[in-house]
Write a protein that binds this ligand. Sequence first.
Ligand code: NIG
Ligand code: FE
Length: 407
Amino acid sequence: MTTLIKNISQALTLQSAFIKDGRNLDAIDLSVIQDASLLFDEQKIIWIGKKSELPAKMKIEKVIDLEGRVLTPEIVDSHTHLVFAGDRSCEYVSRLNGVSYQDIYKEGGGINLTVKSTTAISSDQLYNDAKERIERISSFGVGTIEIKSGYGLSLLEEKKITLVIDKLKKHYENHIQIFNTFCAAHAIPPGKTSTQYLNEVVWPLLEEFGNLKIIDAVDIFFEKDYFNHAETDELLIRAKKFSLLGKIHADEFNDNKGAILACKHQALSCDHLLETREDGFKALANSKTVATLLPGTSLFLGKKFSRARELLDLGGKVAIASDYNPGSCHFDNLIFLAALSAPQYKMNIAELWAAITLNASHALGKLHQGALVVGMKPRFSVFDTDHFEMITYSWGKNLAIPWKQLI
Ligand code: NIG
Ligand code: FE
């Protein structure tokens, strides 16, 4: 069925950003069309342009009237850990009182604390809690959400979490696209070495889920006291056997050369990058791997920000994601985070929008969304304003209009 979206006050097409592969962007690369119309079917965008230029002969079976609102490519949150139970508010307070994230982990808190609460509840309860979180995130205009496993840390519990994510993916189908990332290598459970844990849990589950084709990518926390260079390397090599690409939590607390390793494996993304130096940025700029910045984590943990401007100037492809999780960023509003951090990162407006649409889609290997261009997937976000500047200017105010409300 063909649907015409009419009365679009502004369409942020990102056409020029798309042509430039999301790099070296100037404000003009937003490619805004005033007074636009867009025609699409289930698979693709068929036509987009000024409403006055819509060809007369187009077959139109349905019309959606935006009543002068703004249309953008769909907002994508490419890094979340939203399947969890319990809270770590006490750790937030401890950090304010001077204890570091790393020390909290070493003392038995951190990810292992969330593992205790997550493994204590049923998969139905986990599923229902995650659904509530997904619906809240979707209410901000986000239509594609990546979800990582990693709060089970045993064979049975990691399996339970990945299957919960799979059930969520099937439940939302195309309405909200869920991307299932296998991140069992998130931390090391007490009493085990990393080698034991990988051999007993991560490798067997990767084999099982890889064969079942349930997971979309793999991820690992490559950091001192978690997993090392050789282990990260091995995960990404093993994943290729199932045609799965990797993502890496890299260079968060130390420059462990995670960005370089990610590029070597043509990983989908490497994320955090607070400590990455010039060699890592250069590797990223010369690769297809997306550099995903997580400003919420810097703010939540009181850490510095990534040196985004340096990376952008080298030609890196940069995304921003929420990292929504109970420990290092208990916050889920991606547009707010992007608006808040863009001035810190010294991003221009096209870099900001590409970071949460086009480049965030690429961080999930979704190369056919993220721009309003003929032939691309029809995935949009709609905002209740007639000029797009309001969206990132109105901090904390949710201007998104749920797609369901329009059709
Ligand atoms: O991306 N770094 C590893 N994983 C999360 C933190 C998870 C947690 O603290 O519960 C992150 O920051
Ligand atoms: Fe994370």
